[in-house]
Write a new protein. Structure first.
Length: 142
């Protein structure tokens, strides 16, 4: 973030915009800026079909699955995508089609319920990498 003057701020997309008066800053925008600076949340990555990350760009983001058909979000092996241990990825089911979280070969995926399907439209789950090739899935599962 760059402070242009005491009354205007500039930051990346969907946060503050160049020349935006400080009086229009909302608590939601401030929280989004804090989270982005802290590396907690890096934005939304929308997908309309099954998806397997091919690089670590989804780390710290929300992956939005938006399809009327069943889709699968697959966690790749560490040899394919080298996420930092403790990486967090949020997966949000926006569409009406079911979303299942799956593990690629060599990856262990654990959940407290032993299930890996996001329960309903508008539900969210979180994946956290505990160690290389071990992920913990928690949230609104069925």
């Amino acid at each position: 973030m760059t402070i242009i003057s005491p009354f205007t701020l500039k930051n990346g997309p969907n946060q503050f915009e160049s020349g935006q008066p400080a009086k229009s800053i909302t608590s939601t925008r401030v929280q989004g800026m804090i989270d982005a600076l802290a590396g907690i949340y890096g934005g939304v990555a929308p997908h309309t079909a099954s998806y397997t990350p091919s690089d670590a760009s989804d780390a710290g983001t929300c992956v939005e699955m938006n399809s009327a058909s069943a889709t699968v979000f697959t966690i790749p092996a560490s040899a394919t995508v080298a996420y930092d241990v403790h990486t967090v990825i949020e997966v949000f089911r926006y569409g009406t089609g079911s979303v299942t979280i799956a593990a690629a070969g060599g990856v262990t995926l654990r959940s407290p319920t032993g299930t890996f399907t996001i329960r309903a439209q508008y539900s969210t789950v979180v994946l956290r990498q505990r160690s290389q090739n071990e992920w913990i899935l928690s949230g609104d599962l069925t």
